[in-house]
Design a protein around this ligand. Structure first.
Ligand code: AQP
Length: 320
């Protein structure tokens, strides 16, 4: 069973869609699960109403992208189960192990008022994985260390208290496009990108998408060529067009003789790729009762899948 999440730390953007969500929708595993990891969006300063709205939006985006509603849930709907399991796992994890996480060092370094949850969120991530019995967790290099921690905690709990957890493994995610920021191609496109001009959001209006693509930073050349090292801006546009049309960036480059023509084609392709997702998301958001029904059903299914592991773990550790 594969298990992946998306954090509603901002609005879903084109990179999330081309690099992850579209592949989740295409993967057929009947037991695979996808979740909106809203609890993970609280490790730094956040706005409660904004987080709630982005969580609903992200759930709607996942479903509108074609992921079966029965394979989706929202993390905080299992807050009680995950909170309890996180505690058991914190009692299985040493302080040194948590403090060694590279992401913590990177994100906490030099900051004041760092939330304790920034240190402990990999343990919550381990609880996400272990509660639901995921055996394969597709993650990029930046999250691999966290899956290794989940592995270590599962093994330690099993050998100390008794077999309860599946030991998960980090697997390579499907090779999706790495989409770069249109205004600053040295950076990856991000939900929380500082400059919205370089980020195409899934819910952007078609006209706005076209304006953002037309303004994308390229270089002093005029004929497109695929060279990610030396020409990252135009190569990013070629990758986006290739991902939207199911071709290769090099083939795409040969088809366009000018940056202007390429940008129009990229805008058309992105608008058409996102159109059904945008329309489906807006339709779901306009029907909160239906979205709520889907959400409750997903939560109930996920809770049921994890229930026996949590109760066994509590019993084995000497609680309950
Ligand atoms: N630019 C991107 N290109 C390709 N894939 C991307 N992903 C994110 N950005 C790109 C993939 O989207 C999935 C969900 O991401 P996440 O919520 O776990 O966090 P992230 O990778 O940190 O996403 P963002 O958009 O960059 O958010 P912020 O700004 O909060 O950091 C992952 O599979 C990720 O690889």
């Amino acid at each position: 069973m594969r298990f992946s999440g998306i954090t509603p730390s901002g609005h879903a953007q084109l990179g999330n869609y081309l690099g992850a969500i579209s592949h989740w929708a295409a993967a057929g595993g009947a037991r695979d699960l996808y979740f909106v990891s809203d609890l993970h969006a609280m490790t730094t300063s956040h706005n409660p109403a904004g987080l709630r709205a982005r969580t609903s939006e992200m759930l709607a985006v996942l479903i509108a992208s074609g992921i079966a509603p029965e394979r989706v849930f929202v993390q905080s709907d299992l807050a009680r189960e995950l909170g309890a399991l996180t505690w058991l796992l914190e009692c299985t994890c040493s302080f040194g192990e948590a403090a060694r996480m590279i992401q913590f060092k990177e994100k906490a370094g030099g900051q004041s008022g760092v939330r304790l949850s920034l240190l402990t969120y990999p343990v919550l991530m381990a609880a996400d994985i272990l509660l639901l019995g995921a055996d394969e967790v597709p993650v990029g290099e930046d999250q691999r260390q966290h899956v290794e921690l989940a592995r270590a905690l599962a093994k330690r709990f099993n050998s100390t208290y008794g077999e309860v957890f599946t030991v998960p493994e980090a697997v390579l995610p499907p090779t999706g496009a790495r989409v770069r920021d249109l205004a600053d191609p040295a950076r990856k496109m991000s939900k929380s990108g500082r400059d919205a001009a370089g980020v195409v959001f899934v819910l952007d209006e078609p006209d706005l998408i076209r304006r953002k693509v037309r303004r994308a930073v390229t270089d002093a050349e005029s004929v497109p060529a695929y060279d990610p090292e030396r020409r990252p801006g135009v190569s990013n546009l070629l990758e986006i067009l290739a991902a939207c049309t199911g071709t290769s960036p090099r083939d795409v480059a040969e088809a366009y003789g000018s940056y202007g023509a390429l940008k129009e084609a990229v805008a058309d392709a992105v608008i058409e790729t996102l159109r059904p997702v945008r329309e489906g998301t807006l339709a779901l958001l306009a029907d909160p009762a239906e979205l709520d029904r889907i959400r409750k059903a997903g939560a109930a299914r996920a809770a049921e899948r994890g229930e026996h592991r949590l109760s066994s773990a509590l019993r084995l550790i000497g609680a309950g």
